[in-house]
Design a protein around this ligand. Structure first.
Ligand code: NAP
Length: 287
C-alpha cells in the first residue's frame, strides 16, 4: 500500500475551546473534550466533568464499559449548562452487539445518562461478524433522531472500507488512538478523504512519553507543558481530541492551548516521533 501523507490543515485562526467541526451530517462537534476512561465512578467522574464544564469544555466522551455514564449525566444536570450546549458521546460495548441488543444497550446508556437524545453513539470496537448488524441499529437510531450522529471507534482501513461498501450511512466519526507516537497517517488520510471526522483518543499517549526530549524542547520554547504541546498538535492536525484527566488543575491546563501555535517545523519534528506506540488495544489484526 502506498504511504500517503495526511494533508496538514493550516493553523486555524480564532481556534478556541468553543470551536466546533461540522460533521458530515451537519452536526457541530466541539474540537476539544474531556475523556473519562478510568475516571472513577461516583464523585471522581462527577467532579471531573463539573470542573471541565466550568472551565468551558463542551464535549464529554464516555462509554457504557467505563461504568460512569450515570455520573456524567449527574454532573451535566448539576452544572446548569443547558443541555443543548454540551455534546455527549457514549459507545456500544462489545458484548452488546447485534441489532436488537444494540437498541437495548443504547436505551440503557441513555437512561444512565438521563438524556432523551445522544449527540454521538459509537461502535466501541470492530467486533467480528456482528458489527454490520449493529451498524444497522445505529442507522435506525439516527433516523429516529435519538442519536444526532453515529460513528465508529478503533476501525482500521479494512473495517472502514467494509462498512462504507455495505451501508447507506457513512460513519460521521472514527475515534482511534492517535498522537505523535502513533500518527496513523494512512488511516487519517483515508478518513479525511471520505468526510469521516477523526477523533484522537489517548492524545497524551497516556502520559507515557512526557519526558521525550523533542516534546520537552518544544514545550520549553512555548512556555507550555508537554501535555499542552500534544493537545495542540492534535488540534492543528485537524482532529477532535479528548484528553483525560481526573484532576481539576490538569483539566484546566489541557484546555489552555489556544494562546500559542506550533510552527510547521515543530509540527514536522513531532510528526517524526512515530514509534507505532499503542498504549491501548490494537485493532490491526481484527478480521
Ligand atoms: P490520555 O488522555 O492520553 O492520558 C491520560 C493520562 O494522562 C492520565 O494518566 C492522566 O492522569 C494524565 N494526564 C492528563 N493530563 C495531564 C497533564 N496535563 N500532564 C501530565 N499528565 C496528564 O489517555 P486516555 O484516557 O486513554 O484517552 C483519553 C480519552 O479517550 C479516554 O478518557 C476516553 O474517553 C477515550 N478513549 C477511547 C478509547 C476507545 O477505545 N474508543 C480508548 C482509550 C481512550 P490524571 O487523570 O491523574 O491527570
Amino acid at each position: 500500500m502506498t504511504r500517503t501523507r495526511a494533508r496538514p490543515p493550516a493553523p486555524e485562526p480564532g481556534l478556541s475551546l468553543r470551536s466546533t467541526v461540522t460533521l458530515s451530517n451537519g452536526v457541530a462537534m466541539p474540537r476539544l473534550g474531556l475523556g473519562v476512561y478510568q475516571t472513577g465512578r461516583g464523585r471522581e467522574t462527577r467532579s471531573a466533568v463539573l470542573a471541565a464544564l466550568e472551565v468551558g469544555y463542551r464535549l464529554v466522551d464516555t462509554a457504557a464499559v467505563y461504568g460512569n455514564e450515570r455520573d456524567v449525566g449527574a454532573a451535566l444536570r448539576e452544572s446548569g449548562v443547558p443541555r443543548g450546549q454540551v455534546f455527549v458521546t457514549t459507545k456500544l460495548w462489545n458484548s452488546d452487539h447485534g441489532y436488537d441488543r444494540t437498541l437495548r444497550a443504547f436505551d440503557a446508556s441513555l437512561r444512565a445518562l438521563g438524556l432523551d437524545v445522544l449527540d454521538l453513539y459509537l461502535l466501541h470496537w470492530p467486533v467480528p461478524n456482528v458489527r454490520l448488524q449493529s451498524w444497522l441499529a445505529l442507522e435506525r437510531l439516527l433516523l429516529e433522531g435519538r442519536a444526532r450522529a453515529i460513528g465508529v471507534s478503533n476501525f482500521t482501513l479494512p473495517h472502514l472500507r467494509e462498512l462504507l461498501e455495505a451501508s447507506d450511512v457513512a460513519p460521521a466519526v472514527n475515534q482511534v488512538e492517535l498522537h505523535p507516537f502513533l500518527p496513523q497517517i494512512e488511516l487519517v488520510a483515508f478518513c479525511h478523504g471520505r468526510g469521516v471526522q477523526v477523533e484522537a483518543y489517548s492524545p497524551l499517549a497516556r502520559a507515557e512519553r512526557m519526558d521525550h526530549p523533542v516534546l520537552q524542547r518544544i514545550a520549553r520554547v512555548h512556555g507550555k507543558s508537554p501535555a499542552q504541546v500534544l493537545i495542540r498538535w492534535s488540534l492543528q492536525r485537524g482532529f477532535v481530541t479528548i484528553p483525560k484527566s481526573a484532576r481539576r488543575e490538569r483539566i484546566a491546563e489541557n484546555a489552555d492551548v489556544f494562546d500559542f501555535t506550533l510552527e510547521p517545523a515543530e509540527m514536522k519534528d513531532l510528526d517524526g516521533l512515530n514509534e507505532e506506540l499503542h498504549t491501548d488495544w490494537d485493532p490491526t489484526g481484527v478480521r
